[in-house]
Design a protein around this ligand. Structure first.
Ligand SMILES: [Zn+2]
Length: 259
């Protein structure tokens, strides 16, 4: 459903900026206007959040929220393409805002320099259409997933480790599955961070770009999404595979086990 105030007016510059989108019959001026009316919250401005934010900003998503409480470190630059050497020591969200505004001055960038958790997220998520999670730990992932589900927001979730990455889409309106159907009881103590396990930098680019693609598809209701499926990319095999993820009837979030 398009909002009543849906505005198809584009300036000449906008028509030029988005011309390759507008040329696509599946997007067109209506789709581009829909992106301008859309909002996405990105949790984590790191290896995954970087390409997500850059592609959503380039695509003209009207309002992009970024949550991260870290500062840019030299070891981030191997994969976090939002930042360059001059940003070292700066708050990630401040550097990201500068970069994204330079890329597309016509969109609104909202930054939250805070830790995403069960206390802070509920207030943030409510004002966005869709959530992209590219954070690096299970505690935050569960908080993002639970809050998104509770507030009926579609969540695009990506993760990477070493030479491999995965992504999926969780849509409350579909009834399930949710993130906890995929990871019912992940143990933080056995999960390795990028700093511990290592990460082949470009893998974050592949998975982050797929997340941006799926987010744009969801906003535009285009094609077949990843609800009920998990996509896995292996860089070493140069291969994609996917498997079906049925809802878990006993799930503590979306199933009978829900509190
Ligand atoms: Zn579930």
């Amino acid at each position: 459903m398009l909002p009543e105030s849906f505005d198809l007016d584009f300036s000449d510059d906008d028509l030029n900026r988005y011309s390759r989108h507008i040329l696509l019959p599946e997007v067109g001026a209506v789709g581009q206007a829909k992106l301008r009316e859309s909002s996405v919250l990105i949790v984590g401005a790191g290896g995954l959040g970087s390409p997500v934010a850059l592609y959503l900003a380039a695509a003209g998503v009207g309002r992009i929220g970024l949550v991260d409480d870290d500062r840019v470190e030299l070891s981030n630059l191997q994969r976090q393409i939002l930042f360059d050497s001059d940003d070292i020591g700066q708050a990630k969200v401040a550097s990201a805002e500068k970069r994204l505004s330079a890329l597309n001055p016509q969109i609104e960038i909202v930054t939250y320099s805070l830790r995403a958790d069960a206390t802070t997220l509920p207030e943030l998520i409510g004002s966005y259409d869709l959530v992209c999670d590219g954070c690096d730990n299970f505690a935050t992932r569960y908080a993002v997933a639970d809050c998104s589900w509770a507030q009926d927001k579609t969540l695009i979730s990506g993760a990477v480790q070493r030479f491999e990455g995965t992504l999926s889409t969780f849509s409350p309106r579909s009834g399930g599955p949710c993130y906890r159907c995929l990871y019912p009881d992940a143990d933080e103590t056995t999960a390795l961070s990028c700093g511990q396990a290592g990460i082949f930098g470009a893998v974050t680019g592949v998975i982050g770009t797929l997340m941006a693609t799926e987010a744009l598809k969801e906003l535009l209701s285009l094609g077949k999404g990843l609800t009920g499926r998990v996509l896995v990319w292996s860089a070493l095999d140069a291969s994609f595979r996917s498997f079906d993820l049925p809802p878990d009837p006993a799930c503590s979030c979306c199933g009978r086990g829900a509190l």
